[in-house]
Design a protein around this ligand. Structure first.
Ligand code: PBG
Length: 341
């Protein structure tokens, strides 16, 4: 059935001007600043850094242009700079020279991560919150986050004991907060109990609570010389699940987490929001290696405005509900934010 053609608007009579004009609040930079609902501040940013055993000079990571594997001394300089910029924290990842099936380097007081924690704490004191990634994957030759059973499965409960010992090693080295990232059930409770029993009750736990099995961790695997074959889908979460992310966060709070994390950030902003609404502790989101690499690659091709894309990314993660953001751009973003003031 053919419809009658509507009269052209040009001859339909006078146009009624809108009464409500949201654009009024967007007219000037001053107005836009006044009504901005979200801001990004240096103190909310945490810089993840890699330190590799045996390096004399920092070494570039090809999949993460602008990010390096630090030597112990270049790490100290980066930490001092982070403190000067007023960042909220620094998250340390250690890359050992030797890896084995049980990740021995993680527990050795002279292991790279434990030495680096002491170096950084010695450098920045209380001026910057020093955090450590508490996981075995950087230290195991099979690249998994835990110990394996003889038939190759990741053994949850055996791994917990190693995590407890690792937490004590980090605490002895002076860390402010440990970041358990292995997604073993019960890890927060075990670490909390071990720390308390050793009179490290003031050491905090930033739990990687809702951590997804993501393809976007790709560049990180080069950053830590990972030897992982296969995947982590028996312990990291299925990207399909948001309710389960809330459940993981609630469990970690119950077990004593001082703050919880959602990771990755950009594809999981709904999970960030749900977790923010469900818990009563600070929420962090991890703007991961693949998110960094995508923006850097597009910018290197001239396809996007790099600095604008960085600030928009961080603003979006904050808007979704993250109180703190772990990002490889932390130092640069702090400089951009200071220059924009
Ligand atoms: C595990 C860990 C990973 C990342 C942080 N901690 C890798 C993984 O779970 O596979 C990824 C960080 C990033 O991609 O930026 N120790």
């Amino acid at each position: 059935m053919a419809e009658e053609k509507p009269a052209s608007p040009a001859v339909a009579g006078p146009v009624t001007p809108p009464v409500v004009r949201p654009r009024r609040l967007r007219r000037t930079p001053g107005l836009r600043r006044l009504v901005a609902e979200t801001s990004v501040e240096a103190r909310q940013l945490i810089l993840p850094v890699f330190v590799r055993e045996g390096l004399e000079e920092p070494q570039p990571i090809s999949t993460m242009p602008g990010v390096v594997q630090h030597s112990r001394s270049s790490l100290q300089r980066a930490a001092a700079e982070a403190a000067e910029l007023g960042l909220g924290g620094i998250m340390l990842f250690g890359v050992p020279e030797e890896k084995d099936a049980v990740g021995s380097g993680a527990l050795d007081p002279a292991g790279i991560l434990n030495l680096a924690i002491a170096d950084v704490v010695g450098e920045v004191g209380d001026a910057l919150t020093v955090m450590s990634d508490l996981c075995l994957d950087e230290f195991t030759d099979h690249g998994h986050c835990g110990l394996l059973t003889p038939d190759g499965r990741v053994d949850n409960d055996k791994t917990l004991q190693v995590y407890a010992d690792m937490a004590l090693a980090h605490a002895d080295a002076g860390v402010d907060m440990v970041g358990p990232s292995g997604m073993m059930d019960g890890q927060v409770a075990v670490i909390r109990t071990a720390l308390d029993a050793a009179e490290h009750e003031t050491v905090g736990i930033l739990a990687y609570s809702a951590k997804y099995a993501s393809a976007f961790y790709g560049p990180f695997r080069e950053a830590v010389d990972s030897s992982l074959q296969g995947d982590r889908r028996t312990y990291q979460q299925d990207p399909a699940n948001a309710v389960e992310g809330v459940r993981e966060a609630l469990l970690d709070v119950e077990q004593g987490a001082d703050a919880v994390m959602v990771k990755p950030a950009m594809g999981y902003l709904d999970v960030v929001r749900r977790v923010r609404d469900a818990v009563d502790v600070p929420v962090a989101a991890y703007n991961i290696s693949g998110e960094y690499a995508m923006v850097e690659a597009a910018a290197a091709n001239g396809w996007i405005d790099r600095e604008a894309a960085i600030l928009e990314t961080l603003t979006s993660i904050r808007r979704a509900g993250a109180d703190m953001v772990l990002t490889y751009w932390a130092a640069e973003a702090a400089r951009l934010l200071a220059a924009a003031r």
